[in-house]
Design a protein around this ligand. Sequence first.
Ligand SMILES: Nc1ncnc2c1ncn2[C@@H]1O[C@H](COP(=O)(O)OP(=O)(O)O)[C@@H](O)[C@H]1O
Ligand SMILES: [Mg+2]
Length: 486
Amino acid sequence: MPNSDQNEINQSTLSEDTHSEANADQIEAARKNTVADTVQDQNEVSSEDSSQQSIRDMLDDDEEASVFVNRDLVEPDTIIDEERIVGRDDQLKSVVSFLKPTLQGNRPPNMLLYGPAGTGKSLIIGAVTQQIIELCQSKGERFGVININCHPINTLDQAVYELVQTVAKDVNAEIGVPETGVSTKRKYRRLYKLINEHYDSVIFILDEIDLLVGRRANNEPAYSKLLYQLSRASNTNEIEGRVSVAALTNDPKFMEDIDGRAESSFNPRDVYFPDYDATQLREILENRRDAFRQDSLTSDVIPLVAAFAAQSHGDARKAIDLFRGAGDLADEWGDGKVTERHVRESQEEIDKDRSLKLVEGLTTQKKISLYATAAVACYSNRSRSSVPSPVGFNVYRWITDELDADQMTRETYVKYVKELATYGLISSSRKSRGRGGGMYMEFTFTGDPEAMMKRIVDDTRLEPIANQEELLQTVVNSQLREFHNQ
Ligand SMILES: Nc1ncnc2c1ncn2[C@@H]1O[C@H](COP(=O)(O)OP(=O)(O)O)[C@@H](O)[C@H]1O
Ligand SMILES: [Mg+2]
């Protein structure tokens, strides 16, 4: 604070003391005050120093202890410099050659960039279009890049609104249509108007386009309609300048679900993005080594991160996430250096988290089934925490009664829980009760059942059960006792 005050005052001193004697005194007085303030501030800081660290010192301290110097570089959404891109020469060459006509005032072809997740599709199209924007700017051409990610978008109407919003933001104009309550057609009209007013040529980038399915699963998918509209907008003169569309997708079968007329108007040039191998992943990471403080990475870290990521489908995003995760863990533990241990531990956390995330997508009935089963494993007083299906089912019944929820049959309960075995969350085996006792299933959790229960409670109606932990514990153990005494 004292610094910025002083700057202002020094500036006004410079501009004013040449022509005003009277002011000069006032300014001098003000300057003295500021100096006095500064001295006082410094005193306060140093007197506090003896008893307690200042906020600034604590922050400085932390920075020194961190293994990172530029953590942004290992954030997945950071736009990186061209020099850091490796192993995508062919794709870069293709995309550049397809988009080059823009610079000569011609229309580039439509494109389909496809390949597995984390293979650089968004990166490459972003890097090339950014350069074109800059080259066009220097020539006084207005080249618009309208880039949306379809992942969070549910319907065609929302997608068109998102396009309007993106353009409006880029050109600093009013959105000009409400999000709801008007037809999609009006949104298209607004989109075209904005484009015609502000751009000489445009490229639409529809990232993760396969996820824009729309509401009616049986009809033509929303992405097909959007592709049709946008790719013919210049033929119909709705857009006056040159238009091209780039669609990005992980889904190799994407084009199969496209309507015939959309296919012929979109008619893209393909650019394929294959997985990275461990060597390429290593290079990608090497190029971001400067995210970390010098000497804070032991030599085995990058090869190990690359090897883990190569195992999980050669996804550069996962490699970068793991790289960052290992660094964060080293910081958390205050180790000052990233080692193999941090990489392994961080990978384990990622794996654990992934299986828990699966749980979120289950239906309520499956969640209740899983919750009941996990409760038996978690609260059992017995030495073995495996769950006999009849016990799990009785606890499931108790829970559904408490919640006043629908109750499935025992067969359905068993089917649901067995299904979860396919995700690797639990294992199941058939057991016999011995002579004439019949068969049952036994479930064992591969991970921590308590963590799973927590994750389920996070997003369902199961909270009232979680609030009766002791009662649930009693129910579990009385059911177990009954089962084993039979
Ligand atoms: N060839 C590469 N060189 C450097 N970084 C890369 C490369 N490919 C991908 N990345 C990085 O990996 C992450 C995922 O890439 P992205 O382009 O989003 O993949 P996709 O769109 O194919 O799923 C991003 O952080 C990106 O910067
Ligand atoms: Mg992407």
